[in-house]
Design a protein around this ligand. Structure first.
Ligand code: MAN
Length: 474
């Protein structure tokens, strides 16, 4: 009946008016029937079944406007609405007509758990005598069920846990602030130190060149002296000519004088006489000694400079590597660099040195096995964007398997603690690492909100009018 066909109000009889009112009531109740709550459906699911709001994969025309038929979620069948939750699986392909019973093996049941946290369980768990939902809804229709509503108590318990988590997060956050400040300061200092160290290296290199030249000269003098001593096996050799820069020569000459050798050689210089007996190797060594000693000392000077240069170059390399790496948002993880953390199992001590390596150290003297090393390029988005997971790769090759590798789950904590080492697959290791660096203000905010009871998806859907209509309906 259209508006144009309706009798004019002034001409309507009492019976016509009653009929019109009844029609209106019927229309309103049909509209309301679209808000009937279907047992076992999540709030999002309720909306998708009832008022056409968007849920991926759901045909919005699943429910006819008159509310009398139901179309399976995958559109495979249309059934009378009375067959929803009637304990018979009509939508065999997706189980969508039986969210509140266990009739469809592939169905899912949503526990609303008002006051606690809503959850979805497999429909096969519905009515199986086990209380899966804290509100007891999965066993509500089981006459033998003794499930009580424990949602409030659960929520109180959960809140205790949340409060503890919040306390840890807040403590972690205040330590993280210090980490960030330290990272900023130290990275700035590191950047600034590069040019200074480079200059020091260049000065040392210059000095090394000079000292190397001296060493080469002394070496040559030593060789000449050695050559000059060669005929000493047949004739008495001349005394070694002391070199001006030769530091040990004076002392050595004194030594010769004390031993009377110098005089002997002087006389040999004046008048050649075959030596009654050729000098021993020992005597020859002693004459070479000043040269040998001078060269040795100079070699030490050069060696010492070499050491200083490579030390400085190594530290330059370390600094350059350190500043080129990423240490998470605001470099909060930078402070972990250079430290190692340990976790025990009966057989091994696992060791994590962040941004460096993971090791497995045998407790039975089997040595240390590298489980992977850090490389920026091996990190996934889990590290790059969220700092939730570190990957250490290319560890020691597993016997008949892959290279060892380790995944470190990074969690918020008030201290730096490595825990729970596992080897879920051969030579693939998982560890948990709690650190203040992983604490986030967003998570603290989330916990505060949860504690104030602010975000329970499972709370009553304000759009739905709970109507008890027997089996399967709230
Ligand atoms: C060692 C350890 C183990 C690993 C085996 C593989 O015993 O590294 O973790 O599973 O080698 O052979």
């Amino acid at each position: 009946m259209t508006a144009a066909q309706l009798p004019q109000e002034s001409n309507m009889s009492f019976t016509q008016k009653v009929c019109l009112a009844l029609l209106c009531c019927l229309f309103i109740s049909l509209v309301e029937s679209n808000k009937v709550k279907i047992r076992g459906l999540s709030p999002a699911g309720q909306r998708s079944y009832h008022n056409g709001s968007v849920l991926i994969g759901v045909d919005l025309s699943t429910l006819n406007t008159d509310g009398t038929t139901f179309r399976c979620r995958d559109g495979s069948k249309t059934i009378p609405f009375s067959q929803v939750n009637d304990d018979f699986c009509d939508c065999e392909s997706d189980g969508s007509d039986e969210p509140g019973t266990n009739a469809c093996p592939n169905g899912k049941f949503y526990c609303r758990n008002i006051g606690s946290v809503g959850k979805t369980v497999f429909s096969s768990r519905v009515g199986d005598g086990i209380c899966d939902c804290c509100d007891g809804s999965d066993e509500k229709l089981n006459p033998n069920s003794k499930c009580k509503n424990t949602c409030q108590a659960d929520a109180r318990e959960a809140n205790k846990g949340r409060q503890q988590e919040l306390d840890i997060t807040l403590k972690g956050l205040s330590i993280k602030k210090e980490y960030i400040a330290k990272a900023e300061r130290e990275l700035r200092e590191k950047r600034a130190s590069i040019s200074q160290i480079e200059e020091e290296v260049s000065k040392l290199r210059h000095k090394r060149e000079e000292e190397t030249a001296t060493r080469d000269r002394l070496q040559k003098e030593e060789e000449e002296a050695r050559a000059a001593l060669q005929p000493a096996e047949t004739v008495t050799p001349p005394p070694p000519t002391p070199v001006e820069e030769q530091p040990a020569s004076d002392e050595q000459l004194e030594e010769f004088a004390e031993e009377g050798e110098y005089e002997e050689e002087e006389s040999a210089e004046a008048e050649y006489k075959p030596s009654p007996s050729p000098p021993t190797h020992h005597a020859e060594d002693e004459r070479l000694q000043p040269y040998v000693e001078a060269t040795r000392k100079q070699r030490e000077v050069v060696g010492d400079l070499d050491r200083q240069i490579s030390e400085k170059e190594r530290s330059l390399e370390d600094i350059k590597k350190a500043i080129s790496q990423t240490y998470g948002h605001q470099n909060a993880f930078y402070g972990l660099l250079g430290n190692c953390y340990h976790a025990d199992t009966p057989e091994y001590t696992y060791e994590l040195c962040p941004f460096d390596k993971v090791n497995q150290n045998s407790k039975r003297g089997g040595g240390s096995t590298n489980l992977g090393t850090w490389s920026d390029s091996d990190q996934t988005d889990e590290w790059k964007s969220h700092q939730r997971q570190m990957r250490y790769t290319n560890g020691l090759r597993c016997w008949g398997g892959p290279d060892r590798s380790a995944i470190v789950n990074v969690l918020c904590g008030s201290d730096n603690v490595l825990s729970n080492p596992q080897e879920p697959n051969k030579c693939e290791y998982h560890l948990n690492f709690h650190t203040p660096a992983a604490c986030s203000e967003e998570h603290a905010q989330f916990l505060r909100m949860e504690l104030s009871g602010g975000s329970h998806e499972e709370e009553e859907d304000p759009e739905a009018v709970p109507v008890a209509k027997g089996w399967g309906l709230f």
